[in-house]
Design a protein around this ligand. Structure first.
Ligand code: UD1
Length: 430
């Protein structure tokens, strides 16, 4: 099994560049289903999740060209064949469910297996279905698949019980081709929603208000091709900044939008970290002394992102004093606690809250990641710890970070990627 060997204790220093945002790419690739004309997307990171989404589109009959080195992706959806992508792909990644809205709008029927993804909670899809049902779709569940049908989607007034990112995206995409106007209230406001809306508008859609809690979508007769640049990944930027901070280093992340990082910046500053903007597209974070404990609560945007909670918990495990982490977005997002505890962290989980008593140091240990951001948290802990950490479960990390270990090495980290082949060669002495 591939794993990383991390020799901890080296303060990271230097500059590193952030890739395009995974969570913007995935819905925008799905949006390319909405037109027969070419959609060209720039800044697409080479991630397992992106590869899965490409396969989902190919299984629907789209022609996809992807150049991972340049980050250029070209999709031509032409005549979509089935209204059902390959089941194994949807099971592999929850975001494949983002083809639901586009397929319903275009083909008026769809069949999708219930989605998979990170092991961070039950992650239902009721809000997606309720919204689309209000627009005239009917759903049933048959043999673990959601079957949807509509005589033609109609604009509607939809209030989301919770500002779900995926539901906002699915409804927004479907509404671009519905008859009439859709008002989506209590919508998610994440920067990735704005990026999707900008892309849809450049395809001829009429989406107004993305980034606020009320989005108005005027249905149009058809969409055209476009060329769109993906926004920088704020979660990757935050992860890299935190990697610098937990190791007591000083890191500048380039291609990071300071506005998108406000919640993290506020918490880092509260913990005593020097955080500053470097021009309009870079951020610096430096830990000059041991950080102070803080209380953290994850919330939908513009609150503190749940996707940075595990990595921030690594910092808290090393901070001075006791702080709490309250996870309000997902019901089961503390898998990384087990790994951190193995390294000497003092963390007690009570329901959706973790009480973290900061320790002066962590020690390296053999660890296995079980979800994407948890993997990043353990990697950061390995970088900060005394001694060696062996981190398994790398597939989770590669779902959402492209060549992260190489970029950390460029900042001074001592990480070795042991691939299965290397390991076999070592064992046989080749
Ligand atoms: C997206 C992000 C993910 C991030 C999450 C929250 C992508 C590809 N993934 O996931 O990285 O962690 O937003 O910021 O963009 N829920 C329901 N019913 C629904 C839909 C959601 O109850 O129909 C609940 C979920 O179980 C969860 C919460 O709402 O507890 C947030 O989910 P949602 O915002 O939909 O997250 P995703 O779109 O899956």
């Amino acid at each position: 099994m591939d794993h990383l060997l991390i020799q901890g204790g080296v303060p990271l220093r230097g500059r590193v560049r952030v890739n395009g945002a995974k969570n913007a790419c995935l819905p925008i690739i799905a949006a390319a289903l909405l037109t027969g004309e070419p959609v060209i997307i720039e800044g697409v990171p080479d991630l397992l999740d992106v590869r899965t989404m490409i396969e989902v589109l190919e299984s629907l009959g789209s022609a996809v060209d992807y150049e991972p080195d340049s980050g250029l992706l070209r999709v031509v959806s032409g005549d979509l064949l089935p209204a059902a992508p390959r089941a194994d792909l949807v099971g592999r990644m929850r975001a494949s469910f983002l083809v639901l809205g586009p397929l319903l709008a275009l083909k008026k029927r769809v069949s999708l297996p219930l989605p998979g993804g990170c092991a961070i909670g039950t992650r239902p899809i009721d809000l997606h279905l309720k919204g689309l049902a209000a627009m005239g779709a009917e759903f049933s569940t048959v043999n673990g698949c959601v079957e949807g049908e509509t005589a033609g989607l109609q604009g509607a007034r939809i209030y989301l019980d919770f500002p779900s990112v995926g539901a906002t995206e699915n409804i927004m995409m479907a509404a671009t081709l519905a008859r009439g106007t859709t008002f989506l209230e209590n919508a998610a406001t994440e920067p990735e929603i704005v990026d999707l809306a900008n892309c849809l508008n450049s395809m001829g859609a009429a989406v107004v208000g993305a980034g606020t809690t009320c989005i108005r979508i005027e249905g149009v007769a058809g969409l055209c091709g476009t060329r769109h640049q993906i926004i920088p990944d704020r979660i990757e930027a935050g992860t890299l900044l935190l990697a610098g901070v937990v190791t007591g280093g000083d890191v500048i992340v380039e291609n990071a939008l300071p506005d998108h990082l406000k919640p993290l910046r506020a918490k880092l500053a509260e913990a005593g970290v020097v955080v500053e903007e470097v021009g309009s597209t870079a951020m610096r974070a430096a830990a000059n002394s041991r950080t102070a404990a803080v209380d953290l609560k994850t919330m939908p945007h513009p609150g503190f992102s749940t996707d940075l909670q595990p990595q921030f918990m690594t910092l808290m495990a090393l901070s001075k004093g006791t702080g709490t982490v309250t996870e309000t977005v997902f019901e089961n997002r503390f898998h990384h606690v087990e790994g951190l505890t193995r390294m000497g962290a003092q963390i007690r989980v009570e329901g959706r809250q973790a009480i973290v008593r900061g320790q002066p140091f962590l020690t390296g240990a053999p660890l296995t990641a079980s979800d994407l951001r948890g993997a990043a948290a353990l990697l950061l802990a390995g970088l900060a710890a005394q001694g060696k950490t062996e981190l398994n479960g790398m597939g989770h990390l590669w779902r959402g970070y492209s060549r992260l270990e190489e970029r950390l090495v460029s900042l001074g980290a001592r990480i070795e990627h042991i691939s299965s082949e290397t390991e076999r060669a070592m064992q046989t002495g080749v």
